[in-house]
Design a protein around this ligand. Structure first.
Ligand code: VGL
Ligand code: ZN
Length: 212
């Protein structure tokens, strides 16, 4: 498929803590970095998201008494999966993977920066109400069709893709540009939910740069 000048690539959370050896390691997470660099060159608009947590963040198991990582608890806005402490603000773990190279990325959108609310989605925080401003940003810039790559397929990529559909964007996920955490079948469930919502799957090599 051929890109248009208003198509945008969202690169979700390609950060050290999500890489093998990181605090919340995703298997093979680093394998997507060269592919994302290649993919990004085809786009006029690239937006990076950066998961960015304060200490004692609500999503950390250590913030809650007697809780383990990967458990789900109820918090005021609904269910919240608990994680090992990750992407602490201004740490090396929160930095982008050193091989990520997208000099023309126009916006770095930080999310999850408030202690009492997590944000898996790049569009809405986990209360499913508080906007990050990304939908408005994209609309104001005339972007209607979005492509997603990054981490993790079944968490931040999925929730960003679903919210983007709800916001009326056309959404494609680069299936070779994502990797999953996969807790108890969450990867299969994520693809089912995304497909049901009209998210389409593409591969990097099927995306063709627009004619210049
Ligand atoms: C993510 C778990 C916790 C993600 C972020 O980027 O998918 N997952 N924080
Ligand atoms: Zn997080």
């Amino acid at each position: 498929m051929q890109l248009q000048p208003t198509n945008a690539l969202l690169v979700i959370d390609v950060q050290n803590d999500f890489m093998p050896g990181g605090a919340l390691a995703i298997a093979d997470g680093d394998a997507i970095v060269p592919l994302i660099n290649t993919l990004a060159k085809k786009f006029d608009h690239v937006i990076l998201t950066q998961d960015w947590h304060p200490t004692q963040h609500i999503s950390f198991a250590t913030t809650h008494a007697n809780k383990q990582p990967f458990e789900t608890i109820q918090v005021p806005y609904g269910p919240q999966v608990l994680w090992p402490e990750h992407v602490l603000q201004n740490t090396e773990g929160a930095a982008f993977h050193p091989a990520l190279s997208i000099p023309h990325a126009e916006l770095i959108l930080r999310k999850g920066f408030r202690r009492h609310i997590d944000s898996n989605s790049a569009f809405l925080e986990n209360d499913h109400f508080t906007p990050t401003g990304l939908a408005g940003y994209l609309r104001e810039r005339g972007c209607r069709r979005l492509f997603l790559a990054g981490l993790a397929t079944d968490f931040c990529v999925q929730y960003s893709a679903l919210d983007a559909r709800r916001e009326g964007f056309e959404v494609f996920v680069a299936e070779d540009g994502v990797r999953a955490i996969d807790l108890e079948g969450s990867l299969t469930a994520a693809w089912e939910a995304m497909t049901a919502a009209g998210v389409r799957r593409v591969r990097e090599t099927d995306i063709v740069e627009r004619d210049t």
